[in-house]
Every structure is written in structure tokens, then in C-alpha cells.
Design a protein around this ligand. Structure first.
Ligand SMILES: O=C[C@H](O)COP(=O)(O)O
Length: 247
């Protein structure tokens, strides 16, 4: 039985005061304790959100990190720094990082290894573009992303890795993949993991992401292979995020 995990990705939104107001709104509701709730917040708010979620079951995440512990990498944040702040999760390889910041399958792989070695759980993002889906190569694309991301990753680490399948055409567009299409691709990802790791495929949690909102969460979560959601826009509204956790 895989524990459902719903993670909010605030992206580049919320100052400290705005973020604390949002967390306050979320905390003022009862949250389903059987669902793991994660807030992936900007680096500038991590310390404050950490304090704000103390004594709750809400977990803390970052949205990116470098793979080295320290060094001459101006503007970067290391896994060691995140660990010191008490971060539980880190998003790796989000399509916006791949698209705008030259994130590659190679850097994704290095970052996953660095996260694991610092005891931070990576949320590894994969997904195809609209052009790739229209060319019917979406499964080839996603399989290649998965195999490259998991190069050199040991079977024992799969318990602590989450995959997020996010078709790029569904991110922030209001277009959601149908729950059947999302489930079909997530099953395919699970089978791909199975080819490499055997029965461990049944342990790894795989989320769907892309225009997830209170009105479609239940249909997605009812699918056999979908273990949760990585949520952008709807995670910025306290009531919506609460409704997602309490689907
Ligand atoms: O990380 C979250 C995804 O990019 C989805 O964003 P969205 O829910 O705004 O479509």
C-alpha cells in the first residue's frame, strides 16, 4: 500500500509574509492524515515555513538544488544547505528547469544521487511536450528520461524517491491529461521501473501533475497507479490545497 502524496509547488511565488499567510490558512483546517502533504517553497521562505509547520504533519520541500556540497557555483544552493534547514523533499528536473535553466538528464541524475546521499527525498519530474505527444513518441521520451534519471540509482533507494509525471502541455494551461491517459502513462513508468528493479516497481510512488485542482483530484486519485499529485496553481490558494489533501 503506497501512501498518497500531494505536493504543492509554489514556484516563484510568495514573499515571507505572503507565504506565512498561506500556511496559516492551510493549518487552520483539519488535513487528512493518511495523505502526505508537502509544501515545496522558494529558498527564501524555507526557514520560516519550517517553523510554521512544526507540530503538523506537513512536510517541507525545495524546488531545486545543486549536486555539489559547496564550491564556486555562484547563486546555487547545495544539498547540505537544504538539509541543515530541515528540508524533507526536493523537486528535481521540473520541466520549467529543463526548459528555462538548461537542466539536462545528466544534471537530473547527479541531483537525484546528491539528494539521496543527503537524506533528502527527490521528486523526479518527467513528461513530454505537446509536439512529442502529437508525434506519438511520448512513451519513448518519458522512458528515456526515466532510464537516464535512474542511472546508477540503487534498488534500496526507491522507497525514498517520488516520480512526478507532468505532461508539459498540461502545466498551468488548464488542460489536464484525462485520468485514463495519466494512469496509462504512470503504469508505463512503473513498468519501466520494473524492467530495471523488478518488484520494487510496486513501492515507488508516482504522482501526476498538470492543472490538478479540487474538481479533478478525486478522479485522478481513484486510478490504480496514481499515488498523488504535484500541484502548481491550486497550491497557492489555501482552501484549494486543503481540498486537494482532503480529496
Ligand atoms: O509543479 C507543478 C506543475 O508544474 C503543475 O502546475 P499547475 O498545477 O499550475 O498546472
Amino acid at each position: 500500500m503506497r501512501t498518497p502524496i500531494i505536493a504543492g509547488n509554489w514556484k516563484m511565488n510568495n514573499t515571507i509574509s505572503e507565504g506565512l499567510q498561506l500556511v496559516g490558512g492551510i493549518k487552520s483546517h483539519n488535513l487528512n492524515q493518511d495523505v502526505e502533504a508537502v509544501l515545496c517553497v522558494p529558498f527564501t521562505i524555507i526557514q520560516d515555513v519550517k517553523k510554521a509547520v512544526e507540530n503538523t504533519n506537513i512536510k517541507l520541500g525545495a524546488q531545486n538544488m545543486h549536486w555539489e556540497e559547496n564550491g564556486a557555483f555562484t547563486g546555487e544552493i547545495s544539498p547540505k544547505m537544504l538539509k541543515e534547514l530541515g528540508v524533507d523533499y526536493v523537486i528535481i528536473g521540473h520541466s520549467e528547469r529543463r526548459q528555462y535553466f538548461n537542466e539536462t538528464d545528466i544534471t537530473v541524475n547527479k541531483k537525484i544521487k546528491a539528494a539521496i546521499s543527503h537524506d533528502i527525498k527527490p521528486i523526479v519530474c518527467v513528461g513530454e511536450t505537446l509536439e512529442e505527444r502529437e508525434a506519438n513518441i511520448e512513451k519513448d521520451v518519458v522512458k528515456s528520461q526515466i532510464l537516464k534519471a535512474f542511472e546508477g540509482i540503487e534498488e534500496k533507494d526507491l522507497d525514498n524517491i517520488v516520480i512526478a509525471y507532468e505532461p508539459i502541455w498540461a502545466i498551468g494551461t488548464g488542460k489536464t491529461a484525462s485520468s485514463d491517459d495519466a494512469n496509462d502513462m504512470i503504469l508505463f513508468i512503473r513498468e519501466t521501473i520494473g524492467e530495471k528493479y523488478g518488484e520494487k516497481k510496486n513501492v515507488i510512488r508516482i504522482q501526476y501533475g498538470g492543472s490538478v485542482k479540487p474538481s479533478n483530484i478525486k478522479e485522478l486519485m481513484d486510478k490504480s497507479e496514481i499515488d498523488g499529485a504535484l500541484v502548481g496553481g491550486a497550491s497557492l490558494v489555501a482552501q484549494d490545497f486543503v481540498d486537494l489533501i482532503n480529496f
